[in-house]
Design a protein around this ligand. Sequence first.
Ligand code: SF4
Length: 377
Amino acid sequence: MITKTVDTILERALAGNDLSPEEGVVLLKQTEPGTLAAIRSTASSLRREQAGDTVTYVINRNINFTNICEQHCSFCAFRRDEGEESSFWLDTAQILEKATDAVRRSATEICMQGGLNLQAKINGSSLPYYLRIVKAIKEEFPHLHLHAFSPQEVQFIAREDNLSYAEVIAQLRDAGVGSMPGTAAEVLDDEVRRILCPEKIDTATWLEIVETAHQLGVPTTSTMLSGHIETPEQQIKHLLLLRELQQIALEREYPAAMTEFILLPFVGQEAPKPLRRRVGRDQPILSEALLLTAVARIFLGSWIPNHQPSWVKLGLAGAKEALEWGCNDIGGTLMEEHITTMAGAMGGTCMEVETLQDAIASLGRPYQQRDTLYRYL
Ligand code: SF4
């Protein structure tokens, strides 16, 4: 039975209204199968209206250039101390080798992020190290889109070199960074962040860096790490902050904005024990991830029209299911993935283009290759 309240909320969303946080929370708390079906159907209708039936994908390669990191996020199975077994730090030649392989396999994008490595410096400065990697790739492959460095990495560089966020972002942009991953957002609630990632930038700093990127013409994505200690209220608060940030970028006509929203359900299998114990399971609960996927589509409205599930976290079958709950993009081929795979994800580390196309076609929807900025190729 659809309650009157849910019915009214969904009607309001379908009429193009932005839902209030209270309305968003009501949707997230539904459990009755008929109501969940109505939420799913509303998310699908809005997806069709805002992004069409076509499901896009991008041919990209992940390059995680180091897992040596000064921080100790409670969900992170990727980080290592310097000198620790299985720590790694790629040199420029190794990074270029991976980029060359990506181009050979028709990639249009390199997605690059790494740990916060205090040794990654040139003459004692951090930014020149990052610029050297960017320039090395762009000189060799000028047409390759570089989607690189999270807001946390921007803050790390700025802190190490005593620069403003704008100076760091502008220099990275001028060297060839085409867009920034909206990662390190986790859940934009400082109460959650104090437990999940106490050393990371706080909510206000994340928002400030992403807004600065938009002002400087650098598009970003947006993400949420879900399914650990956060409440439905905190999930909606996160979505509200993203929606407001996008409204600012669009209404003030910044030269760039957020291109997409990606839900990243928590994988705890190899996560540090305290958080794993607290969450009490190793893999995401698909039904929870799907409901949040649908509510994100409904709540973000037409402000962020592109929604992507994570096949790394949910597996391809789960990601395919998410296409029926409001998503219009299936993400990238990745070619390699370390961060979630080291956390114990079972989705794999690489997808062939044909595998993604077959998954989309099996839903009776057309597929289309896109670039990082959602232009059809
Ligand atoms: S999530 Fe990122 S910042 Fe946090 S410990 Fe892992 S690598 Fe470091």
